[in-house]
Design a protein around this ligand. Structure first.
Ligand code: FES
Length: 235
């Protein structure tokens, strides 16, 4: 009787091919995926950023009136490098500003509040914003204690909505910041009032008024969640 021909590929060979295939697949797939995700890994996992960490001038705080927020635009230096090529900002014509990130900042005077603890906020507003009286007497040449007093009363807020980042606007009639995208609402202190944002507006954490009466900021925000247990989006 003729001998049966032996199967040229055994079960262990088959499994070995499978493992080899998986390894080769991983080698081919991981580098491109890591390259695509590297900006996210850099910012969200490692907490690093391409945006410069130095101080940037915002403007004179004396321009901020007593009861309405004022809008300033600042340019942070930025260095985005892909491979060996730096990517220029196509929206900026000035050659000196090609590598910049433009941010809008809202400045306002803090309104007194009832209690601490609202989500990313300072609590319910119970009075009018309090502009430091020293600003009625001078606009520069501030002493250290005057600068501290000014900073203790100043809201320095990013205009990126805390929901999905749309630019918020101040509505004079409602006396609230409104987000045009999904109806987020914030009070003059940047506190959450309504809509889908899970917290209040982002505050610049590194901000200082100098002797010349101008505000300077670094590109740093309070991104940690607040503590408001009443907010529907907080578990
Ligand atoms: Fe502002 Fe959605 S982005 S409410």
């Amino acid at each position: 009787m003729a001998e049966l021909q032996k199967d040229p590929i055994t079960r262990s060979d088959f499994l070995g091919f499978g493992v080899m295939g998986a390894i080769v697949g991983a080698i081919l797939t991981i580098p491109p995926v890591a390259f695509v995700l590297s900006p996210i890994i850099k910012t969200d996992v490692l907490g690093e950023s391409d945006v410069g960490t130095g101080w940037v001038e915002v403007g004179p705080v004396s321009k901020v009136p007593a009861e309405e927020p004022t809008h300033f635009v600042v340019s942070f230096p930025i260095q985005q490098v892909y491979g060996t090529k730096a990517v220029e900002n196509p929206n900026v014509q000035d050659p000196n500003e090609k590598f910049t990130l433009r941010n809008a900042i809202w400045l306002s005077w803090k309104a007194p509040i009832k209690e601490q603890g609202r989500q990313g906020s300072n609590g319910d507003i119970i009075g009018k914003p309090e502009r430091p009286k020293i600003l009625d007497q001078k606009s520069s040449g501030f002493t250290e204690s005057e600068r501290k007093e000014i900073m203790s009363k100043l809201n320095v807020l990013s205009n990126s909505c805390a929901h999905l980042g749309c630019p918020v606007r101040w509505n004079e009639e409602k006396q609230l910041y409104l987000c045009p995208c999904h109806g987020g609402l914030y009070d003059i202190n940047g506190g959450w009032v309504g809509g889908p944002p899970p917290r209040g507006m982002y505050r610049y954490t590194d901000a200082e008024v100098r002797e010349d009466g101008k505000l300077y900021v670094k590109h740093k925000f309070n991104i940690e969640p607040g503590l408001n247990k009443q907010h529907p989006y907080v578990v």
